[in-house]
Design a binder for this molecule. Sequence first.
Ligand code: 13P
Length: 283
Amino acid sequence: MLCNTKEMLQKALNEKYAVAQFNINNLEWSKYILEECQKNLSPVILGVSENAIKYMGGYNTVSYMIKGLIKDLNITIPVSLHLDHGSSFESCKKAIDAGFTSVMIDASKYEIDKNIEIVKQVCEYAKTKDVSVEAEVGSIGGIEEDLKKEAHLAKVEDCIKLYNATKVDTIAPAIGSVHGLYKATLNLNYKRIKEIKDKLNIPLVLHGGTGIPKEDLKKTIECGIAKININTELQVVWSKDVREYLKNNKKIYDPRKIISSAQTNMKKIISNKLHIIDSCNRI
Ligand code: 13P
């Protein structure tokens, strides 16, 4: 069932667990994620970046592919199709018009008033189509889609200002996590998450879920995180397993065998994450 993130994240916030956003890059990843989340009865958010959308053919291709998989695989868990780090109103509109049920507008590179203005425009359009909206406050650092971002923690007053002006559904505050593999020691600001949660009482999003130890993930949920984004971890295991498979199977040329050689380990990671963030059996 394709739906927006409102109900699934509100339930997660109330019951203190988190819903996973796994990023997708192709048909195979989408299929593994849907199958594993269905097996664990976990609601799921399929995150797609603008570059991944372009790679797969476009907004409509992704939307029809996911709708087709949900139907053909008999997926009954709540699934949200979410634009990850939408860079403009136009990009969010394209996703919404193609049938995405949730969008992130990342205007965090602008100062807060401009960020608010863009988020507001997206929220107004999204509301007419029952699509949920996520905004970023502060700047989540690291490497995302080849772009390096400097990290700046979210200010509580900026989150309040943005929420009051837009009534956005969720906020991804920069709280010390980074996209991609961690080079420095992890330093999450739990106090900041809790302060924002106490003021707004809306589901908060943790970006950069790769490489964050189990206990830290659980602590962020205690403080108010209701959605956790994971991307790099799946990419790392996929590339490692495919390299290994090609090395050990020099005569195989069937692309289906090569591409799916990482299926077992990817599914293990997906299932393990769902158990850590306690989203199993939540539907
Ligand atoms: P990682 O690539 O660090 O897992 O982060 C994913 C993410 O936050 C997508 O928006």
